[in-house]
Design a protein around this ligand. Structure first.
Ligand SMILES: NC(=O)c1ccc[n+]([C@@H]2O[C@H](COP(=O)([O-])OP(=O)(O)OC[C@H]3O[C@@H](n4cnc5c(N)ncnc54)[C@H](OP(=O)(O)O)[C@@H]3O)[C@@H](O)[C@H]2O)c1
Length: 261
């Protein structure tokens, strides 16, 4: 190629909620490789969080893992205050967290499980977005929000409502943030993963699907005939956070190989 275009970022650190996850960890790595200091949250996976913290510090940036229950508002608020005290401006905030769940049709979903999943995902994302907006406002120089949702929101979600319903709420939250705070230089977008061979998706592919089911999905559901990788999601996320995406807000990019269901 004769020309390459590098992504550039506003001066400041990144906060990634769910950085210990299969996809979130790759987003943290890519922010670190791009030269941004990274603060990421984990919930239960302390070993993975510590290993990632060390790996990213090896890229020559500062990295800090913080144990956070995203449904606890005061803890999320404290995360932002502490990160701002340590690293100065926070300019990128990514929601890459979300509870694990089983695929089930609506009539088979246990009401208590529905309540748990909705609360952890929707309340967690709200707390993060609320704290991010107020942090950006204190700094007075705008900022970028990206939430991972699911391609099931854009398509028809068969037996996947526990993923799609909370993510639909998160998508409206993000679009609302884009409209309400655009004039303050805050951009807000979503990345909608399809079948990804990382994190929850990898677990599903390896533990819940027979080779026949995998072949059927690759042959008849995904036109590009492959599962996505964590880097496919992190590249879209970093693009939306970059200065090169400076006129994009309130949008969702599905990264799903063109999947039809
Ligand atoms: N992978 C896919 O194929 C796929 C497809 C569509 C959408 N998505 C969405 O993309 C996002 C990331 O997925 P993933 O595959 O990377 O999932 P993952 O590997 O299971 O990671 C989930 C992350 O969320 C954190 N978390 C879980 N419950 C939490 C809670 N109550 N409070 C705070 N943090 C909590 C986990 O922390 P610990 O691990 O430390 O406990 C982990 O960092 C999720 O929202 C998922 O629904 C994924």
């Amino acid at each position: 190629v004769k020309m390459s275009i590098a992504l550039t970022f506003d001066e400041g650190a990144a906060i990634v909620a769910g950085g210990s996850g299969g996809i979130g960890s790759q987003i943290c790595r890519d922010f670190g490789k791009a030269g941004l200091n990274v603060v990421f949250t984990y919930h239960g996976n302390v070993a993975r969080a510590q290993a990632l913290e060390k790996e990213i510090a090896g890229f020559g940036v500062q990295c800090r893992a913080v144990k956070v229950d995203l449904t606890d508002f005061s803890t999320v608020d404290a995360l932002f205050n502490d990160a701002a005290n340590r690293y100065g401006n926070i300019r990128q905030v990514v929601y890459a967290a979300g509870p694990a769940f089983e695929f089930a049709k609506i009539g088979d979903i246990d009401p208590a499980e529905w309540k748990r999943v909705i609360e952890q995902d929707v309340v967690g994302a709200f707390n993060l977005v609320n704290c991010a907006i107020r942090c950006f406002q204190r700094q007075g120089a705008g900022g970028n929000l990206v939430a991972l949702i699911t391609a099931a929101v854009e398509r028809i979600a068969r037996a996947d409502l526990m993923s799609a319903s909370p993510k639909a709420a998160i998508e409206t939250l993000i679009r609302g943030a884009a409209v309400e705070y655009g004039k303050e230089g805050i951009r807000a977008n979503c990345v909608a993963p399809g079948w990804i061979n990382a994190g929850l998706g990898k677990k599903g592919i390896e533990e819940k699907m027979t080779p026949d089911m995998v072949a059927k999905i690759l042959n008849s559901v995904i036109p590009l005939k492959k599962f996505g990788e964590a880097t496919d999601i992190s590249h879209a996320t970093l693009f939306l956070c970059s200065q090169q995406a400076g006129f994009i807000t309130g949008q969702t990019i599905a990264v799903d190989g063109g999947a039809q269901t």
